[in-house]
Write a protein that binds this ligand. Structure first.
Ligand code: SF4
Length: 498
């Protein structure tokens, strides 16, 4: 279990803290088994672009409703931040935000001169200017590689500004070169929030449960109502006030354990909020377990049993009907699907496939966390998938290397590609594979989620004319040579030394 230390300005990187890896090729069961006995990473001798931790820290801070974000670095490092302004606006109706406000995103725009003479003064001025212009309730300062290299004292500049302005000014150390696992950026954002925004609890509120998530639809309000509680969503669409009081919640649940692993541990260890010790509710069996674990944690077991009984009576017949339809489409052969996504959510989609009776042909999952910060094996969603629905062949921890994905898809030619990140379904479509992208991570959750997601799969399979046409005209940028190589050609057999 991670020992949280909020006295340090920087969070320990994931590959050191929880031994996360970015390279593996094999079977899911193999990965689950070696995760428990000293898993080692494999490096690649060639990589395309990889993600950057600043964008992960940005997505957890920009969507805080009354905050402002300053990227301290060259302006290019913040060039993807506008995506979160778009995300905020598009998803606000799902969260009942009636008047979505303009996101406040700035950059100190460091130049070559600044990297010689230092950027502290520029940052100090930028913080004051952002405060004057927007009057935010919190300012997050996100660091970049250039700032890490020249060694600006970002923490001191933020502390001085905080004292002067009277609002929290949180330094978030998320420069891209800090970690090979870009989800470290989530942890960095949460670390800054925990140090500067979350307040010690004044009381324990039995009517509030923290949900660490992205920007998915509001399914938890309905689920928590029988337990007499409401969700406190963290951090997209939260406010400084709701973040500050997250320490008073009765429990914390995760929509994706990869996302909230660190914050869940912080809330439990530093503020006494217990984290639910089981993986999020994807697939019938895991949804049963999740409601039971919630009932135990809240000491409301009988309510949990009632909710499970009522929901299953309503939804199981519909799930069975969907499964029958998939069987019909498959016409006697197994229907196959390939999944690509971030770690825990990709595993969740594999469970959804298992539940719907669709065979997992393989998966390209961006990284792997052998065990989360709470050290609780019950939160391991991949282990749960393998245990409940069987092994997954062709399991690739791919660090979002699209050249590997294209190679595998071209070999396997599954009936369907499932993704959660923009830009990934394009590769399936170009090969004529019906491809489904759903960004709402709550969409397939719970019993009802299986129906929602299953219906979209059905729609995708039944409407394949566009991808077939596209494939007949599309140009594949990869050479025939590459498509004949093994997908793990550039994945070294050598272990990365930490
Ligand atoms: S890797 Fe470094 S230089 Fe590149 S965007 Fe991220 S912070 Fe900027």
């Amino acid at each position: 279990m991670t020992k949280v230390n909020l006295s340090l300005p920087e969070v320990q990187i994931r590959e050191i803290r929880i031994n996360s890896i970015t390279g593996f090729q094999g079977r899911a069961e193999e990965l689950v088994n070696c995760s428990r006995c000293g898993l080692k990473d494999n490096t690649r001798s060639f990589t395309q672009c990889v993600g950057c931790a600043t964008s992960k820290a940005a997505c957890m801070t920009i969507l805080v409703q009354d905050g402002a974000v300053i990227s301290h670095g060259p302006v290019g490092c913040s060039s993807c931040y506008h995506e979160f302004a778009f995300t905020y606006r598009v998803n606000s109706p799902l969260r009942g935000v009636e008047k979505p406000t303009q996101r406040r995103i700035y950059s100190t725009n460091l130049t070559e001169n600044d990297t010689v003479y230092g950027g502290n003064v520029k940052l100090a001025k930028a913080i004051r200017e952002v405060y004057e212009r927007t009057r935010p309730k919190v300012i997050f300062v996100l660091t970049t590689c250039a700032v890490g290299i020249i060694g600006d004292d970002v923490e001191s500049v933020c502390d001085e500004a905080e004292e002067e302005l009277g609002v929290p000014v949180a330094a978030v150390f998320c420069e891209g070169f800090r970690s090979t696992v870009w989800t470290t950026g989530f942890d960095a954002g949460y670390h800054g929030i925990a140090r500067k925004v979350i307040k010690p609890p004044r009381k324990r509120r039995e009517d509030m449960i923290n949900v660490i998530n992205f920007w998915g639809s509001d399914v938890f309000a309905d689920w928590f109502a029988p337990f007499g509680a409401k969700p406190n969503y963290i951090t997209p669409y939260s406010t400084v006030e709701s973040l500050a009081s997250s320490s008073e919640a009765a429990a914390t649940v995760q929509a994706c354990s990869t996302l909230g692993s660190y914050l869940g541990a912080v809330l439990e260890q530093e503020f006494g909020v217990p984290e639910l010790p089981t993986a999020p509710p994807y697939g019938i069996v895991q949804t049963d377990r999740w409601f039971r674990a919630l009932g135990r944690l809240l000491r409301k077991e009988e309510i949990a049993e009632r909710v499970i009984g009522e929901k299953k009576a309503e939804y199981i017949p519909k799930i069975e009907a969907l499964k029958a339809r998939f069987k019909e489409i498959a016409a006697g052969r197994p229907l196959t699907a390939y999944v690509t996504g971030g770690a825990a959510h990709g595993h969740a989609l594999l469970s959804v496939l298992g539940e719907l009776g669709i065979q997992a042909a393989g998966a390209a999952i961006f990284h792997h966390d052998p065990l989360f910060d709470n050290g609780e094996p019950g939160n391991d969603q991949l282990a749960q998938r393998v245990r409940d629905y069987g092994d997954v062949p062709n399991f690739n921890v791919c660090n979002k290397q699209e050249f590997e994905l294209v190679n595998v898809l071209n070999r396997l030619r599954p009936d369907l590609l499932l993704a959660r990140h923009g830009g990934m379904t394009l590769w399936g479509a170009k090969l004529g594979i019906p491809s489904l992208l759903i960004g709402d991570e709550h969409y397939s959750m719970g019993y009802e989620g299986l129906i929602h997601y299953g219906e979209r799969i059905l729609e995708t399979l039944e409407n394949d004319e566009f991808v077939k046409n596209l494939a007949s005209h599309a140009v594949n940028p990869y050479t025939k040579w590459w498509l004949k190589q093994a997908p793990n050609t550039f994945l070294a057999k050598k272990e990365r030394s930490l």
